[in-house]
Write a protein that binds this ligand. Structure first.
Ligand code: AMP
Length: 557
């Protein structure tokens, strides 16, 4: 690609594995291998004295040094109470994730011989505001310019659409990874990829299947030896069982039975697990994914999508034969296993490429139309308002300059339309003076979206209004506060002497990237107050500065 187009890379920051991908001049995405010449890197971080080790070595080290190793950190993104302590230093999930990002990017840089500065990172569709912000901050701590956080199923659909671009169709993306489950309906058209609705479970993934195997192994050990010790209390045995369980699960995707050995208290016991037994002890987990899939189908019906054409499977855990079998049985379609390990990174890379092309196109159109690029607020508007002929000429010139075929470039211009995965509202009091959450934006609303609602002060001469910003899973306008999580608060100071029932206008805006902005207007003097959300859930302020400077002085292997 020419020097004019700044390359942006796609990163799949997975619960269990991560990878980095980019697009070549033919518009084809490829995953870049890591230093160990593997296409995915375990998302495992080993605090080895002064060194940070990420990947295979970290995963192996978890057997010997379980207290110095962090796995599945993605499950803790945006969690205010998660900290990992090492050598009296406390690390939040964002910082630990930043080491994973650094490892995959620095290995990619080495492999392609180029510096990587700008990235697109993927996250599960159901990630809320805090988890998304934590993902963005992880990228910032790692020193990257995070251009966008995009949803994993959207990325998978982009990769799928790019690979099989001929047909328009509605697909269900069933994404079962290491720690998370996402189910998303996507409408793939010639010129757009539109998310219809999305749902999932933050805490349902391959790890849960592993845990069931571990529990079964403990029972088998106890019945074989007659001991009723809780062998998981021994950290070495526990760690070993976790790793053996994951291995056994993979073997059972290929074979009907696998032997497993368990070492405890100097004793080594050999047991077996059959696929039949494995499927029996994990049946309820698969049923949960089926129930969530039905939930999404119901949601889609409300938007006029009565049916779908295909189910595509992504995420490593869809390799379990029970997934295909159960889906076929339930929905009478043959699910397509689509590049389970790489689809997300490749889709992110294609999206990143699209951003690069868009940046360049905007620059060129701004030049041709004599507009200063810094004054352009809405780049989509700039392109849309430019004469069609000019856009055509500029696109053709771009294709020539960057040495890429025109149809490939045009294909990169498909529009991506997304929805919110949560509902967002504020805490208000109902006429019975009870607290409840009033949702201004409902889950699965197409974004970008702007909403304005008017609320009223409770007493005369009210000094302040406390705006508690909430996130929840319901599709209803109101929700009980205990079923919502507070993602931030803001205080609106009011001038003295105002009457009761003063209207306060609250504006919620979610932009294309899924970022929430809130504004309040006190109507007596039409004073607009920008609300900066304060949250404990992500690193900010001095803590963020410290994490960034710590990161600069650390070497990640
Ligand atoms: P992902 O987050 O998409 O990288 O998926 C990782 C999960 O897929 C982990 O829980 C793995 O144990 C699981 N996985 C990978 N390969 C297989 C396989 N052949 N059979 C069953 N599970 C697998």
């Amino acid at each position: 690609m020419s020097e004019q187009v700044k390359k942006i890379f796609g990163i799949d920051l997975g619960t269990t594995y991560s990878s980095c991908a980019c697009v070549d001049e033919y518009g084809k995405a490829a995953v870049i291998p890591n230093a160990e010449n593997q296409r995915v890197t375990p998302s495992v971080v080993f605090f080895d004295g002064e060194n940070i080790v990420v990947g295979d070595v970290a995963m192996e080290s978890s057997k010997l040094y379980p207290d110095d190793v962090v796995s599945f950190v993605k499950r803790s993104m945006g969690e205010p109470d998660f900290v990992f302590e090492h050598n009296s230093q406390f690390y939040r999930a964002e910082e630990i994730s930043s080491y994973i990002l650094r490892k995959v990017v620095q290995d990619a840089e080495y492999s392609i011989g180029e510096k990587i500065t700008d990235v697109v990172i993927t996250c599960p569709a159901y990630f809320g505001i805090n988890e998304r912000e934590a993902t963005r901050i992880a990228g910032e701590i790692a020193g990257f310019n995070v251009r966008q956080i995009i949803n994993e199923p959207t990325a998978a659909a982009i990769a799928y659409g790019a690979a099989e671009s001929s047909k328009e169709r509605v697909v269900l993306v069933y994404d079962l990874g290491g720690g998370t489950f996402d189910i998303t309906m996507i409408d793939i058209k010639h010129d757009s990829i539109e998310v219809v609705c999305t749902g999932g479970d933050h805490n349902l993934g391959g790890k849960d299947w592993d845990d069931r195997i571990v529990a079964n192994l403990v029972r088998q050990f106890q019945s074989k030896t007659g001991l009723d010790d809780d062998i998981l209390e021994d950290p070495d045995t526990c760690q070993e069982l976790q790793l053996s369980a994951e291995k056994a699960k993979r073997i059972l995707s290929q074979r009907e039975i696998t032997p497993i050995s368990i070492t405890y208290g100097g004793e080594r016991v050999k047991v077996e697990l059959t696929r039949k037994k494995f499927e029996e002890i994990t049946q309820d987990l698969i049923e949960r994914t089926i129930a969530l899939t039905h939930g999404i189908l119901e949601e889609a019906k409300k938007k006029g999508y009565e049916t779908f054409d295909e189910i595509i499977l992504v995420g490593g855990s869809t390799r379990m034969p029970c997934v295909v079998k159960r889906i076929k049985e339930e929905f009478s379609v043959e699910p397509k296993i689509f590049d389970p390990d790489e689809a997300i990174a490749k889709g992110a890379a294609i999206y990143a490429w699209k951003l690069s092309i868009n940046d360049d196109l905007v620059k060129r159109i701004a030049e041709k139309t004599n507009q200063a690029i810094d004054n352009v607020d809405d780049t989509a508007e700039l392109i849309e308002s430019a004469p069609e002929q000019l856009v055509k000429e500029v696109t053709k010139q771009m294709a020539d300059d960057i040495g890429c075929m025109l149809p490939v470039l045009q294909r990169s211009m498909v529009k991506i339309k997304n929805v919110t995965s949560k509902s967002f509202g504020i805490v208000v009091r109902n006429p019975q003076n009870e607290e409840m959450v009033f949702n201004l934006i409902l889950k699965n609303t197409a974004i970008p979206v702007d909403v304005k609602r008017t609320f009223y002060t409770a007493i005369a001469d009210q000094k302040t209004v406390l705006v508690r910003i909430m996130e929840d899973e319901t599709s209803e306008e109101t929700a009980p506060p205990e079923q919502s999580i507070e993602i931030g608060t803001a205080v609106l100071n009011l001038p003295p002497g105002l009457p009761v029932d003063l209207p306060i206008e609250i504006f919620f805006n979610i932009n294309n990237e899924g970022r929430l902005q809130i504004n309040a207007v006190e109507t007596s003097e039409s004073r607009s107050v920008e609300i900066f959300i304060e949250t404990r859930s992500v690193i900010q302020g001095d803590e963020l500065k410290e994490a960034k400077s710590r990161s600069k002085s650390l070497v990640v292997h």
